[in-house]
Design a protein around this ligand. Structure first.
Ligand code: ZN
Length: 216
């Protein structure tokens, strides 16, 4: 595939390589890496830096962060199982997501959220969640901001957020400063993997949930 326009920033890949990301965000990274050769190459570079530091440990040359990353790798948390994840023909869900679902899309237990939007929560630990979201083509998510960080990876279809468009393999990282209302574009339902470490803050949920009744 073409190199996606919206890829994971280095600091997130470094945290993943060091094993310091929580499970929900690590799942998004693993899934994105499995869909994007460019990101996989960068992650392998970070992993090999950590690995070579273990092999030729010269403590005096290590920065604090590098040392933390190295220690994380030594105790096994820095392993990157997704590097071997292969995208099989015909499947929508990347390998790391399939292992949560127990198969591909036909195994997902969708639950309606309203306006045709459906979700399936894959992982929840306190306020930290990872879920699949299906947005019917043409439907907009209610406008919301974020109590923390939200990472969204497109697995099928596409969505537009302001002037930016996100397609399969592309990821959007939003934080407290971002207020948006992503809208599914194209002919296909948009399916995303989304992870957040805090609740979303909807600004006008009730009017938007009522839209189907009022046909506005
Ligand atoms: Zn958002």
């Amino acid at each position: 595939m073409d190199v996606p326009q919206h890829i994971l920033p280095d600091e997130i890949l470094l945290a993943y390589s060091a094993g310091t990301l929580c499970e929900a965000f690590a799942l998004v990274v693993a899934a994105q890496v499995s869909l994007c050769d460019e990101t996989r190459s960068r992650l392998e570079a970070f992993d090999s830096i950590g690995g070579s530091m273990v092999d030729t440990a010269e403590p005096a040359d290590l920065s604090e962060d590098a040392l933390a990353a190295t220690l994380a790798r030594i105790d096994g948390r820095g392993k990157s199982p997704i590097v071997t994840a292969v995208r099989r023909g015909g499947t929508v869900l990347p390998g790391p997501v399939r292992s949560y679902v127990g198969g591909d899309l036909d195994r997902v237990h969708w639950r309606p959220v309203g306006m045709g939007v459906k979700q399936a929560i894959l992982h929840a630990e306190g306020p930290v969640t990872a879920r699949l979201i299906l947005i019917p083509a043409g439907v907009a998510m209610p406008t919301h901001s974020h109590g923390g960080t939200e990472m969204t990876l497109v697995l099928q279809g596409a969505y537009r957020d302001g002037d930016a468009e996100f397609r399969r393999g592309e990821v959007e990282v939003a934080d407290q400063d971002v207020r948006h209302a992503p809208v599914a574009i194209g002919d296909e339902d948009c399916i995303c993997l989304s992870a957040a470490n805090a609740r979303l803050r909807f600004t006008s949920l009730i009017p938007r949930l009522a839209q189907p009744f009022f046909r506005i």
